[in-house]
Design a protein around this ligand. Structure first.
Ligand code: ZN
Length: 600
């Protein structure tokens, strides 16, 4: 039995998605999964056999289960928000710590880490979405990565995925109990009263009843616990696939109160989500709803294109093209046709192709192999939502302020060309109806031929160097890109497998799989001298990976899958790929922080 003191506690995170994480929690010598459900246990309502963790309020434990005894502070976990301010205070009891959620959403500074933090009083602020989300986000930020965050009293099968996406590690069965009292059955699609349930459920409990109205309190409770558990299994699966947000979108989409919380999270806490979102994922991103515009990786892509990216310097003419269902775009039939028309004009290297699309806005051709541009799907109806159009307009306007062209040509369908002209003024429009019609393609070729004739010929190599610098600017920002890809460097290989040399030393290469720049040791030195993405480690021998306990300091801007450089004994030591974000690798005491590629 754990009365406050949990003894040795260790968190092993195996997969992450948003603030949601999946792995193991070691308490004393037992291992339990996270995220998980604490099943309340008492003489009257024993916890189900499948429970891994039980919580007791009457001091009663259960053989073979991890038991947390909440009896010393049971009245402190769920209480009315209107209690006097003196009641809202931090309570520490061994390895448990109660932090009071509150109407201001201000979570006090927490010095001690490595414990289970209970965010008390959430039930009473649940309906006030902004305050609720703010409390959870702040609590997650305050307790850090190496602690467990427990949100008591609020979980049901429908909101569970959102709670986990917000960074909750543990929930409990309180609401399942309270709902069972009211005759409400849990479902991930929403709760249903037993009176209306009919034949809605075929779980082992419900199957025993011809009419759900005959179900007793304990049957309903057991159904609810089963639904919670099933949803938790799904959540763990979706986290492991990097698709938790997709599950959250389906769960919140028919509930105004959940959608409200989800939108507030997206609008007001982008930084919180972005820090926890890898640079690269292997799963296809399904951008189905209006909310999909707010995927943190999509917002980050747009932000970097506007704020970090620099167009290939030798390009003078911007050609705007429609997107294709197939990704990368250049592998589609339509883009094959565009390409041959563009090639037909002669001096192609002064032309910069850019794809106009939703939810990414605009995608420069050189970035089409980078996640999420290489791996997203949208429903295509030929009609655009107002939000999408506004986003594209805003992005184009901001992009063109930082990237100048002599001429702009739109090979987009009429509605998008009109939108472009609203932002950029009059442009040459070459698409007549269908962009792949013979007439449209010939128009494109003829107009470009005329446009490029005034420019000196630009060589393929010069263009490749500029393209690589543009990719670097998206990845590291303009300043680093300038140092990494210098004028006069040499490019070897066949696109997209390219290697960059400076004075015969390899600086970096373009990774076909990642679409991004991979650094050699020489390239790592450049990043190191620019003071970017540095992970400072203890003076220990490293084989293959840097483990989290060895990390002393790390650039908080590091994201999972970023290129990072290792600093040891004050000096440059090697380069690798981040497997955790910067703050996480400092906090956590277990797991691979960096996979080394080269070291001295
Ligand atoms: Zn059932």
């Amino acid at each position: 039995m754990l009365k406050g003191y949990l003894g040795r506690m260790r968190i092993r995170v195996a997969c992450r998605d948003g603030a949601g994480r999946c792995g193991d929690l070691e308490i004393k010598d037992r291992m339990v999964s996270i995220p998980n459900i604490i099943y309340l246990h008492s003489k009257r309502f024993p916890s189900p056999d499948f429970a891994e963790i039980i919580g007791t309020l009457d001091g009663r434990g259960k053989e073979g289960k991890v038991t947390i005894d909440f009896s010393p502070f049971s009245e402190r976990i769920i209480y009315p928000a209107s209690m006097p301010p003196s009641f809202h205070r931090l309570i520490e009891e061994g390895d448990l710590c109660i932090i009071p959620s509150n109407l201001e959403g201000e979570i006090p500074d927490i010095r001690l880490r490595r414990r289970i933090f209970i965010l008390a009083n959430l039930v009473s602020i649940y309906e006030r979405s902004r305050i609720f989300v703010k409390n959870l986000v702040e609590a997650r930020e305050r307790v850090g990565y190496n602690s467990i965050l427990y949100a008591p009293g609020v979980a049901d099968a429908k909101n569970l995925s959102l709670l986990i996406y917000l960074g909750v590690d543990l929930v409990d069965s309180t609401k399942a109990l309270v709902s069972a009292r009211k005759g409400m059955l849990f479902f991930p699609e929403g709760n249903v009263s037993v009176e209306d349930a009919g034949k809605i459920c075929s779980c082992p409990i419900c199957e025993k009843f011809e009419d759900p109205e005959d179900m007793g309190f304990e049957d309903i409770l057991l159904h609810n616990l089963l639904m919670l558990r099933r949803e938790m299994d799904r959540i763990r699966f979706f986290i492991s696939k990097g698709r938790l947000r997709e599950l959250v979108e389906t769960r919140v989409s028919n509930s105004p109160e959940l959608l409200e919380k989800f939108r507030i999270l997206n609008d007001e806490f982008y930084g919180f989500l972005e820090e926890r979102t890898p640079i690269i994922k292997k799963e296809r991103l399904m951008a189905c709803l209006r909310e999909s515009l707010d995927y943190p990786e999509i917002k980050r892509f747009r932000k970097r294109v506007i704020e970090w990216y620099e167009k290939p310097r030798c390009t003078k003419i911007l050609v705007l093209l429609p997107c294709s269902a197939k990704k990368p775009y250049s592998q589609s039939k339509s883009h094959g046709m565009f390409k041959s028309s563009i090639k037909g004009c002669g001096n192609t290297n002064v032309i910069h192709e850019m794809i106009v699309t939703s939810p990414l806005g605009i995608v420069p051709r050189e970035l089409e192999m980078i996640y999420p541009a290489n791996l997203y799907d949208i429903p295509v109806t030929g009609r655009w939502f107002g939000d999408e159009l506004e986003m594209i307009k805003d992005m184009l306007a901001r992009y063109i302020k930082r990237n100048r062209y002599d001429m702009i040509l739109s090979h987009l369908p009429d509605d998008l060309s009109a939108l472009v002209e609203e932002v950029l003024g009059e442009v040459v429009v070459t698409c007549k109806g269908n962009p792949t019609s013979k007439e449209s393609l010939e128009n494109l070729r003829r107009n470009l031929k005329e446009m490029v004739s005034g420019y000196e010929h630009v060589s393929r190599e010069e263009r490749l160097i500029d393209d690589l610098r543009s990719i670097s600017s998206y990845q590291f920002g303009r300043e680093v890109a300038e140092k990494l890809i210098m004028d006069g460097c040499e490019v070897k290989g066949k696109y997209p497998s390219l290697r960059v040399f400076w004075k015969r030393k390899q600086i970096c290469s373009l990774s076909k799989e990642r679409g991004l720049i991979s650094l050699s040791l020489e390239g790592g030195r450049i990043l190191f001298s620019e003071n970017r993405n540095i992970v400072e480690i203890e003076d220990v021998d490293i084989k293959g990976s840097v483990l989290a306990p060895c990390v002393k300091r790390a650039d908080p801007c590091i994201r999972i899958e970023d290129e990072v450089v290792i600093k040891r004994e004050g000096r440059f030591y090697g380069v690798g790929i981040a497997r955790m974000n910067g703050r996480e690798m400092v906090d956590l005491e277990y797991g691979e922080a960096v996979r080394l590629r080269h070291h001295l």
